[in-house]
Design a protein around this ligand. Structure first.
Ligand code: HEC
Ligand code: HEC
Ligand code: HEC
Ligand code: HEC
Ligand code: HEC
Ligand code: HEC
Length: 475
């Protein structure tokens, strides 16, 4: 029947509309948070004043003559774009750089396309909001911004919604029309015509209801999957970190023990990321890196407040006194960078300025390491149980971290992964006091101990001590 076919194509169109709309999600709220965290140190929040970087109002218009990808690349890595003449915007960017004292923008390789488009929507909203002094609230959604710029694909979602609406109307009218035709045909053939269906009857037609339920299920699934991805819980997840810290160099080449830095793993629930103080145990002395020279180590100094030329500037202290301003610290760092790099002919004034610019936002702040492993909140996982009691090696769960220049998530962190290991792994009954101590539920394990001793069983798996019980892993 025509009606069926039509309904089918309508469903497809509706689902397409939903998917495309969510795939392009731009979230000005997220844009605002990203802007505050990453950009506000150099770009004015009202988008209208020049600061270290230019006012960002109208930036998309200025970049409209270049391929859209280039603005995204610029925000993620402006030095890459400046160095590569094959970018159409290369000469524009060079001009911009020159007019901003060769200050190079911090790279943000961690920003996804969605992050950048959220940033751009936020920028546009703020620029168009008539807000003179920050903080001003951004308009609640992207619609206002979309309306001002018809070329943009922001308003793609609007168009899709309008399309979906038109399709719904068309379905209803068509369904009515077909119903009338059917009645007419039945009348012609001399049959008793079926009762004319009311508008409501058509809308509540079982097929349409079924389609709506189906669409809701798809929508639910879509949101769930999106949230899961949003948590960053992905195998091989390799975010770029604010400091190019290499495990290969530290744990591999220099053989530093994992627990020197991650001492939490042995005695607590968490693996714990070391504070900059731990880095400074060595980096007060190790001031030059084999690959990045001073660039990355400078960031540790900025974060920890270390003054690398305190012998020449004793008034500031070995760690800057709190009242020493960021600008004064940057002056000190500049002197140090020049001194430390004086034999390095490759590094000129502009590279030194670039190093200072990327360290500047980190002054006096804890390093914002991006967390790689993320279990959902409803799962309980305890490091010390595995590392100290279970004697499981870090590498069994995290892979050969000592060979990774950048850490990546090695295991899937799925329930199946935990459960499989618990089925296969034998508990180290005799290697630690945990199971022998009278204070533990000793009785429960006594039989196991005896059976192992008498050779009746060759071991006890984690499963057998209850490692598959739901409530052990779930709150
Ligand atoms: C360390 C300071 C600094 C930070 C942080 C920074 N920028 Fe910039 N930005 C600049 C400077 C300086 C320029 C001018 C070009 C140059 O000198 O490289 C610029 C230029 C730009 C431009 C091009 C402007 C135009 O008129 O064409 C855009 C877009 C931009 N920044 C976006 C961002 C975004 C988005 C963020 C945050 C994710 C950010 N910037 C963070 C300093 C910074
Ligand atoms: C010198 C200090 C240091 C040593 C030694 C070290 N780490 Fe790390 N580790 C860090 C820092 C800093 C981070 C955060 C930055 C990063 O992810 O690279 C980190 C991150 C990690 C992460 C990712 C944490 C997350 O965000 O989910 C794992 C896993 C890890 N280390 C395991 C190890 C293992 C295994 C070893 C020994 C082979 C080791 N580390 C040795 C400093 C260290
Ligand atoms: C049995 C598997 C397993 C072993 C063994 C293990 N880890 Fe982990 N590690 C995990 C899981 C799972 C997470 C994620 C925890 C979360 O999100 O709550 C994690 C997270 C981390 C983190 C991030 C911070 C945190 O606690 O969330 C670091 C750092 C880390 N591990 C280091 C280590 C080090 C160092 C060792 C060895 C001393 C080690 N891990 C041994 C499974 C393991
Ligand atoms: C136990 C000593 C020790 C600790 C602790 C330590 N480092 Fe290092 N770090 C080194 C050594 C040694 C080098 C390499 C020097 C060389 O090879 O010339 C180095 C080099 C570096 C480099 C330069 C990399 C390059 O290729 O240019 C960075 C960045 C760095 N460390 C960051 C950190 C951070 C961040 C921490 C704290 C989380 C930290 N280090 C803790 C000893 C340490
Ligand atoms: C590489 C193997 C391995 C993996 C992967 C693993 N575990 Fe374990 N787990 C063990 C071992 C071994 C023990 C036993 C420790 C002991 O002797 O108490 C254990 C014990 C436990 C216990 C205590 C069980 C009890 O009966 O007391 C919990 C809870 C637990 N694991 C949770 C998890 C969770 C959650 C995950 C996944 C995120 C996970 N484990 C992944 C090896 C593993
Ligand atoms: C050894 C640890 C462990 C045990 C035992 C365990 N779970 Fe899980 N469970 C997990 C982990 C880890 C996740 C998170 C998986 C993810 O994020 O993909 C999870 C996720 C779930 C989820 C969410 C759906 C999903 O796959 O993300 C449900 C529901 C669940 N578990 C139910 C149970 C039930 C019921 C039991 C008992 C029969 C149980 N679990 C036993 C570790 C465990």
């Amino acid at each position: 029947m025509i009606y069926r076919t039509f309904v089918r194509s309508f469903t497809l169109a509706l689902m397409l509309a939903l998917t495309v709309n969510w795939a392009n999600a731009q979230d000005p709220k997220k844009g605002e948070a990203l802007f505050k965290d990453n950009c506000a140190s150099c770009h004015s929040r009202d988008m209208k004043k020049d600061m270290t970087g230019p006012a960002l109002a109208g930036v998309e218009e200025r970049w409209a003559k270049f391929p859209k990808k280039e603005l995204y690349d610029w925000i993620r890595n402006s030095s890459g774009l400046l160095a590569d003449a094959s970018y159409k915007s290369n000469s524009y960017a060079k001009g911009l750089l020159a007019s901003y004292n060769n200050t190079v923008m911090t790279p943000f390789p961690q920003l996804t396309d969605e992050d950048v488009s959220s940033l751009l929507v936020y920028i546009k909203n703020m620029a168009g909001s008539g807000c003179a002094e920050p903080p001003c609230a951004a308009p609640a959604d992207a619609k206002g911004a979309a309306a001002t710029d018809k070329k943009e694909d922001n308003n793609g979602s609007m168009v899709l919604w309008a399309l979906a609406f038109v399709l719904v109307l068309a379905t209803i009218f068509l369904a009515r029309y077909i119903n009338n035709l059917n009645r007419l045909a039945q009348h012609r053939m001399g049959q008793e015509p079926v009762e004319e269906k009311s508008f409501l009857q058509i809308v509540l037609n079982p097929t349409i209801v079924r389609i709506l339920v189906f669409a809701l299920v798809i929508l639910g699934a879509h949101i769930t999957v999106n949230n899961a991805i949003g948590l960053g819980r992905q195998q091989n997840y390799t975010p770029t970190q604010p400091i190019k810290f290499s495990h290969e160099l530290h744990a591999g080449k220099n053989g530093i023990d994992c627990q020197y830095c991650h001492d939490g793993a042995r005695r607590s629930k968490h693996g714990s990321i070391p504070a900059t103080n731990t880095c400074m145990n060595c980096h007060t002395a190790v001031q030059m890196g084999p690959e990045h020279g001073t660039a990355e180590i400078l960031k540790i100094y900025a974060a920890s407040g270390f003054n690398p030329i305190s012998t020449k500037t004793p008034e500031y202290g070995q760690y800057f006194k709190a009242e020493v301003s960021a600008d004064a610290r940057l002056e000190v760092y500049k002197k140090w960078l020049k001194e430390a790099n004086k034999d390095n002919k490759v590094i000129g004034e502009s590279e030194i300025n670039a190093q200072l610019a990327s360290a500047k936002p980190m002054i006096g702040k804890p390093v914002n390491w991006v967390k790689i492993h993320n279990l959902p909140d409803h799962v309980y996982f305890n490091h010390s149980q595995h590392v100290t009691v279970g004697k499981v090696a870090c590498q069994d769960c995290h892979g050969k971290v000592e060979e990774m220049p950048v850490v990546k998530q090695y295991a899937p962190l799925s329930m199946g992964w935990c459960v499989n290991c618990h089925r296969q792994t034998k508990v180290k009954f005799d290697e630690n006091g945990y199971y022998n101590a009278e204070t533990k539920s000793h009785k429960m394990y006594e039989q196991y101990h005896n059976e192992v001793k008498s050779g009746k069983r060759n071991g006890v798996t984690v499963e057998e001590i209850g490692g598959l019980e739901c409530q052990k892993c779930h709150y």
